[in-house]
Design a protein around this ligand. Structure first.
Ligand code: MG
Length: 394
């Protein structure tokens, strides 16, 4: 295996139609535009009406293949272009068994122009996952064994997103999952029509005391408002409050965390340990939620180890995609002692599993199981081919 070098880097943009957009049907004033995007009024964030993602395929001169995936929900061709024009050519000729030095070198190329997120960060995440996958396959090891070893056999899952149009239906959806062994759910305040407190009360009444209920506040409040909202939710047994204030309001986050009687969670939008560190040193997060589609494996682990050093818990975010970066997230989660749960986006994951050739990865009875075999343990299946909109070699 000596002399193994990266010889080809390819990107694929995938678009998979959905009947119901993520977070449920469009509400009044949220009509999709001609490009298939809608802005959720509650958090002012743009979402596609279909599932979109960006995959990276890396091949060595000897024909070994690694797969990666990055967050490609919005303008995925922008992320793809970063790989084709910038990162891919820099990978050519490099040894894929050096994933961390490769990640550092690629990050350095844009250090003074913005390497801490956005389309560049997502492209770097996809490349990083593909290089790690390839390194683990060349070693003949499941990825988790390359990342420090397997701490957890399975990863506890909480049900996220109850994409139904009314509170009564969202409560019924939560009850359905509780009856299937999931003892934790999270609701999205951004689509809680009667406000987060009514949502919390409705869910608590139906689910009883045995199910943990978290609230995603989607960065929607000022610090003072968030303290009040969280206090009212805490009265009904809130598990954690996520993203209470604007992402850039670190002072506000620290104030909320100091005042709240429940753990404050966040960090899904932060792609590097540098960004998470700023919040941890202010004790803004009791729970850190890294998103593999933004961080890649290298930064995910750095964020995880940093969280452990601050005695914060880790409950990774899950955007899903077609499941490649979900597999990476599960491998990385299984190695971190601080991981106590992992988001489960059932409305995306369950329908997209058919796009993977794999054995073992699933989410049932309240926990994820990892895919088997070397590397990520998953590769795209032929079922994905009709949904590949764009394909280009770097
Ligand atoms: Mg969230």
């Amino acid at each position: 295996m000596s002399g193994e070098r990266i010889a080809r880097v390819e990107v694929l943009v995938v678009v998979i139609p959905r009947e119901t957009p993520y977070l449920g049907a469009a509400r009044e004033g949220e009509a999709p535009n001609a490009r298939g995007y809608l802005v959720r009024k509650g958090n002012r964030t743009i979402y596609p009406t279909d599932d979109r993602t960006m995959l990276v395929r890396i091949e060595t001169a000897s024909g070994a293949i690694g797969w990666g995936e990055g967050f490609g929900v919005i303008a995925p061709r922008a992320t793809a272009e970063v790989v084709v024009d910038l990162l891919g050519p820099l990978l050519l000729g490099r040894d894929p068994r050096d994933p961390v030095p490769l990640h550092e070198d690629l990050a350095d190329t844009m250090r003074v122009r913005g390497f801490r997120g956005g389309f560049f960060g997502d492209a770097l995440a996809a490349v990083d996952i593909a290089v790690w996958d390839l390194a683990a396959r060349l070693a003949g090891l499941p990825l988790v064994r390359m990342l420090g070893g397997q701490r957890h056999d399975c990863v506890p899952a909480y049900v996220s997103g109850l994409p139904k149009p009314t509170l009564a239906e969202r409560v019924a959806e939560a009850e359905h999952w509780a009856s299937r062994g999931f003892d934790a759910v999270k609701f999205a305040a951004v689509v809680a029509d009667d406000g987060p407190e009514a949502e919390m009360v409705g869910l608590r009444k139906a689910l009883g005391a045995g199910v943990r209920i978290a609230a995603d506040l989607h960065w929607a409040y000022t610090a003072a408002e968030a303290i009040g909202v969280i206090d009212r939710l805490a009265a009904h047994g809130l598990w954690f409050a996520e993203a209470p204030v604007a992402s850039e309001d670190i002072d506000g986050l620290a104030a909320v965390a100091a005042a709240a009687r429940v753990p404050i969670a966040g960090g899904e939008e932060l792609a590097t340990a540098f960004d998470v560190r700023e919040r941890l040193i202010r004790r803004g997060f009791a729970i850190v939620q890294p998103e593999m589609g933004h961080t890649g494996i290298t930064q995910f682990l750095r964020i995880g180890h940093l969280a452990e050093a601050f005695h914060a818990r880790i409950i990774p975010h899950a955007t899903i995609g077609v499941g490649l970066f979900l597999a990476a997230s599960l491998h990385a989660s299984a190695t971190l002692a601080g991981v106590v749960g992992h988001e489960y986006q059932h409305s995306i994951m369950d329908r997209n599993l058919r796009f993977l050739d794999q054995q073992g990865m699933g989410c049932a009875g309240g926990a994820y199981t990892l895919p088997e075999g070397p590397g990520l343990g998953v590769v795209p299946s032929a079922a994905l081919d009709p949904y590949v909109r764009f394909r280009e070699t770097a």
